[in-house]
Ligand binder design. Structure first.
Ligand code: LLP
Length: 433
């Protein structure tokens, strides 16, 4: 099963992405290679825009979580599709601005933004800074005063919701380094103090409960709690929070076991709750923002490798080693993430073997997957890992001084290089002596 509607098999039996032959692209650009289906990214953006328009009207902004996949070209797509963006570092902000992305559609996240980054964000007049902690609030007020500005902010709140996902990507519970807690009154005190700062304008509250979540219930529950909080703030501080940011986290399909809901269903599950809570507490309908990252790009991308060796360790396992690995996709090493793999030259052949796919880095844990079902595979074959559009290129490293692969976008079946392959010269470019 090919897990994404971007993928198909052509008459030569080759894997295609966005209508382009993966084998041809691998020959043209070399491997390892990231390929993204631009039409799929745009289709998903449109699904978000239309779901929110249908379920909520006009008062919303979808702020793509840049960390999932951040390149200048991606911001061009987002801008054309009417999206905003969330950034988590000066580097992401810089990339967005260099791509000509409108600064008034950018929000800035992070649990330890530096003074330099905050100044950069305030000078660029971004839409909002999502404040994580008391020290940061004070620092923003100080820098904004120096610059003669008023900073628009939201607060990151931990609503105390269990997101039913991997521990490393859960963020809404009280034991999290992100944000301030609802349960113990910390969030309330925080809002109260923000209202007293001269160079701060409190606009909204934010929560993000985790990532790769399929169940609608935790999103709905988080929305319910956040609206209760907005009601409490209104009742006790006579201040109506006008914006509710519900974060990202919508799950995607990596393997056939994954069963994500449609974008529409995901959106409807929380907009219904927000509306009902607004009625219950007599609140105006808030401006809603969300921050999907993975679900916008993951299924639009694949990574293509070349197999270098097949090592059978009798009665134990067979290692299939490829020319990339944890340097371009650290997700198996980090989270044990499962992927679907295909041989692009023989995409319809029935799997006959169960193998371990290993990377080329000097590290035993450098695996891309275990118990992978493939047809008989040999050195020189291409191997594609599917659904790698999110958190692969963006998490890639130069460990072992391995150059990062290029990114090719396919639009209407036509390929375009949007990020070039790193060279050895790029790798030593910061070495001074
Ligand atoms: N908003 C905030 C505040 C976030 O922290 C995140 C993700 C998102 C939005 C986007 O979540 P998404 O829609 O992509 O699930 N490296 C991990 C994922 C880390 C997610 C961190 N925050 C992985 O490869 O699975």
């Amino acid at each position: 099963m090919l897990v994404s509607d971007s993928l198909s098999v052509n008459s030569c039996g080759h894997l295609t992405i966005g209508g382009a032959d993966v084998v041809t692209l691998a020959k043209k650009y070399g491997t390892p290679l990231y390929i993204m289906d631009e039409d799929k990214i745009r289709r998903t953006c449109k699904e978000y825009m239309s779901a929110l328009t249908k379920c909520w009207g006009e008062k919303f902004l979808v702020q793509y979580a840049s960390k999932a996949f951040c390149t200048k070209y991606m911001y061009k797509i987002l801008d054309e599709e009417g999206f905003g963006a969330d950034v988590v570092s000066g580097g992401e902000l810089y990339t967005a601005l260099k791509a000509g992305f409108p600064s008034n559609k950018i929000v800035f996240h992070g649990n330890n933004k530096t003074a330099e980054e905050l100044r950069f964000a305030l000078e660029a007049e971004i839409r909002e800074i999502i404040v994580d902690n008391a020290e940061e609030l004070e620092l923003i007020n100080e820098i904004a005063a120096e610059l003669g500005k008023v900073a628009n902010i939201s607060f990151r709140i931990k609503p105390g919701v269990d997101a039913h996902t991997h521990d490393f990507v859960k963020t809404g519970q009280i034991d999290s380094k992100f944000g301030v807690a609802l349960e113990n009154g910390e969030a309330f005190d925080f809002v109260k103090s923000a209202l007293s700062y001269k160079n701060i304008k409190l606009c909204g509250v934010h929560c993000h409960i985790g990532s790769q979540i399929f169940d609608p219930e935790p999103f709905a529950h988080a929305a319910e709690l956040m609206m209760e909080f907005i009601a409490k703030v209104k009742a006790e501080l006579d201040f109506e929070v006008s914006e509710l940011n519900l974060g990202g986290g919508f799950g995607i399909r990596y393997t056939e076991e994954d069963d994500p809901r449609s974008v529409y269903d995901a959106v409807k599950s929380f907009t219904d709750v927000v509306r009902a809570q607004a009625e219950k507490y007599d609140l105006s309908l808030p401006f809603i923002s969300i921050e999907p990252g993975r679900s916008v790009v993951a299924e639009a991308g694949i990574t293509v490798y070349t197999v270098g060796s097949v090592k059978e360790i009798k009665d134990i396992r067979t290692y299939v080693s490829v020319d990339g690995g944890m340097t371009d996709n650290p997700r198996y090493a980090l989270y044990g993430s499962k992927y679907t793999m295909v041989l692009p030259e023989r995409a319809e052949e029935t799997p006959t073997e169960i193998v371990t796919v290993a990377g080329r880095n000097c590290e035993s844990g450098d695996l891309l997957g275990e118990n992978i079902h493939l047809p008989a595979v040999k050195a020189g074959d291409l191997l594609a890992v599917l659904s790698t559009g999110a958190y692969n290129y963006s998490m890639a490293s130069n460990y072992n001084r391995v150059p990062r692969p290029p990114v090719v976008m396919v639009k209407n079946g036509v390929d375009k290089l949007v990020v070039k392959r790193e060279t050895y010269e790029d790798i030593i470019s910061n070495d001074l002596i």
